[in-house]
Each structure stands twice: as structure tokens, then as C-alpha cells.
Design a protein around this ligand. Structure first.
Ligand code: SAM
Length: 337
């Protein structure tokens, strides 16, 4: 079997377990197959309808633009090729489902594993280049170069899974500006390109000007801001994305690395607090947050739930060679669920 379907095939006394197009177990139905079968069963049992059942198997859904089932280049910080899997949890339709999503999340990795995952030498103080979707970006010193987690968000903006056309959109922690460029290209109504780092905002604005240019139906708003502090009152945002520097362990003493990678969970709890206390979301507004188990994943999602948001896992990604798991969440207000 080679297609992308979580499937148990019994041929005589031989079992093959395929998950997301990858063989995760093979051989006699003995101890060796228990773990992959348990994982697959949990995912299928959680599926409440045909749509989520399909998502749980990893089978692409024609209605969902750009199924996440594809291979991406290896992460420079990870050991081998990575698997890219569809959401495990599905929509959190009720408070109980949201609790189940929270319970399903892995704990934070031990410090030594986090350090090993983030061990590559930093070239953050050099000028670098980056290419995405045929667009060329230049990164001055201090500006974050996108990694695999960035790509999860960028790909889903580009394929419309995160819908921005005609909407008011805030790219929080915009870095070099890929999110803003995609949103401009797709015709967002208004784009806040926000970052606490002035050079990142200037870089994002330059890339936007060069790649997107003036568009009559889009207002571009570059903003140096500590989270939403410099946002106007009542921006009524339809979509917010954030790839926060939430890694729980200080991977470096360099403040530039800390700002880009490992501020910790507090940056996300403040993010939720500001959205709520300043009522920044439009009715039906959506937050797209990417966090991995190198951060305090459960605490972050639990905090978001307590702040009034209901999480849905849109995508989970793992890598060969380590236990890192990255989750893309969509969060909407409880009262809008
Ligand atoms: C992991 S990088 C993500 C960059 C880009 N969005 C991407 O995915 O490639 C985190 C970004 O958050 C920014 N950042 C850190 N603290 C911030 C804060 N308090 N307010 C706004 N942005 C912040 C950093 O400067 C950096 O650009």
C-alpha cells in the first residue's frame, strides 16, 4: 500500500500499518505493532464525522484547499526527513472536545532535547537570503530566517486554509514579511505587519513594497509594536497569525536569539490577554497559532482556553530523528464556536 491512508492491512499473518503515507509498523501482530496501532485507533475514535474521520486518517479532503500531506525540505535543526501529518484532533465543537484536544497534547520536551533540536550555530548576525514561492527575500542581521514551523503557516496562508482575502489581517511577529507578502498577493483588505524589532518591520515593508506594491483594495500597515501595544483601538481583526518565540528553554544568551526563539510561554499568554482585554477580534475572528512541544504547549493552549478561546488542531508535524511535534491551532472565541 502506498497511498496516504492510515490503514491496517491483514495479509495472512502479516500486518502493515500505514499512517499518513508512511509505514509505521510491519510484521507479525505482536508487541512491535502495539504503539502505531494504538495511535491510529485513538485518532480514528476521536473522529466525530466523515470529514474528521478522513482528516484523522490523513486522507486529503478535496474541499480543504491544499491538504497538508506533502513532504517539505528537512529542517536544518532536525535530524532527518520529516513527516507532515494532518490534524489529529479535528474541530473542537464543544467544550468537552476542547478539553480532549488539550489532553491529547504532549508535554514539554526535556531541556537537553530542546537544546539538541536548537543546537545549530546561529548566523542571525549576518545578512542572509531566503526564497519562498519564487519570491526572493533578503534578511539583514537580526531578522529571523523562516524554518519549518514558519513554513507550516506560510503554506496555509498561500493555499487559503487560513483565509485572508477581503479580511483584516494581523501578522504578529512578522519577521522578514512572508505572511504580509502572501496576504497582499491574495487581496487582504488590511494588513498589520507587526514586530517588536524595528529592522524586521522595515524589512517586511521593503519586501511588501517590492513584491506586492500598491494595491487599491489593500491597506498595508507596518507597525513596530510590542505585541498589540501600538495597535489602534478596535482594529476588529478577522485573522491573526503568530509563530511566537515560545521555546521554554534559553537556547542562547544572545538577546537577538532569545527575541526570535525562546522568550517562553509568557509571550503567548500576554498575546491572549491583550486580544481579550482590548477586544481586538472582529465577530467570528480567528487566531492561528503555531507552537511545538519545545514550548509549554499544554500551558499555552490551556491559558488560551481559560481566556475564552476554543482550540482546533489544524495540523500536526513531526520530524524523523527527534520527538519534536509542532501544532498549528485555530482558535476562535467560545461564544463564536
Ligand atoms: C519565530 S520568529 C517568526 C518570524 C516570522 N513570522 C516567521 O514565521 O518566519 C518570531 C518573531 O516574533 C518577533 N517578536 C518577538 N517578541 C515580540 C513581541 N513582544 N512583539 C512582537 N513581535 C515580537 C521577533 O522579532 C520575530 O520576528
Amino acid at each position: 500500500m502506498s497511498h496516504d491512508l492510515g490503514l491496517l492491512t491483514v495479509v495472512a499473518h502479516h500486518i502493515v500499518v500505514i499512517d499518513g503515507g508512511h509505514t509505521v509498523g510491519t510484521g507479525a501482530p505482536d508487541q512491535a505493532l502495539r504503539a502505531p496501532l494504538a495511535t491510529l485507533t485513538r485518532r480514528l475514535v476521536r473522529a466525530r464525522d466523515l470529514g474528521t474521520a478522513l482528516a484523522a486518517t490523513g486522507l486529503p479532503r478535496p474541499a480543504a484547499p491544499g491538504s497538508p500531506l506533502h513532504e517539505l525540505p528537512p529542517h536544518p535543526d532536525h535530524g532527518g526527513p520529516m513527516t507532515d501529518r494532518t490534524a489529529a484532533g479535528g474541530a473542537a465543537a464543544s467544550q468537552d472536545d476542547a478539553r480532549a484536544v488539550l489532553d491529547s497534547l504532549p508535554g514539554t520536551l526535556p531541556r537537553d532535547e530542546i537544546l539538541a533540536i536548537n543546537s545549530s550555530a546561529s548566523d542571525i548576525h549576518t545578512t542572509r537570503t531566503y526564497e519562498y514561492n519564487g519570491w526572493a527575500f533578503t534578511l539583514p542581521p537580526g531578522v529571523f530566517k523562516p524554518g519549518d514551523t514558519s513554513r507550516i503557516v506560510h503554506d496555509r496562508l498561500l493555499d487559503g486554509t487560513i483565509p485572508v482575502k477581503g479580511r483584516s489581517y494581523a501578522a504578529m511577529g512578522v519577521g522578514l514579511g512572508v505572511e504580509a507578502v502572501i496576504a497582499g498577493t491574495l487581496g487582504a483588505r488590511e494588513i498589520y505587519a507587526a514586530d517588536v524589532h524595528p529592522d524586521s518591520v522595515a524589512t517586511a515593508a521593503e519586501h511588501y513594497r517590492r513584491i506586492v506594491g500598491d494595491r487599491p483594495d489593500t491597506v498595508f500597515r507596518p507597525l513596530v509594536s510590542n505585541l498589540f501595544e501600538e495597535f489602534p483601538d478596535s482594529p476588529r481583526l478577522d485573522v491573526i497569525t503568530f509563530n511566537p518565540p515560545a521555546v521554554s528553554t534559553r537556547t542562547s544568551d544572545d538577546p537577538t536569539v532569545v527575541r526570535n526563539v525562546c522568550v517562553g510561554a509568557e509571550i503567548v499568554t500576554r498575546f491572549f490577554d491583550q486580544i481579550v482585554t482590548r477586544d481586538l477580534l472582529a465577530p467570528g475572528g480567528e487566531i492561528y497559532l503555531i507552537v511545538s512541544n519545545t514550548a509549554e504547549l499544554k500551558r499555552i493552549v490551556g491559558y488560551g482556553m481559560d481566556a475564552g478561546f476554543r482550540p482546533e488542531i489544524l495540523h500536526r508535524q513531526t520530524w524523523e530523528g527527534d520527538d519534536c511535534q509542532a501544532y498549528l491551532f485555530k482558535l476562535i472565541r467560545h461564544d463564536a464556536a
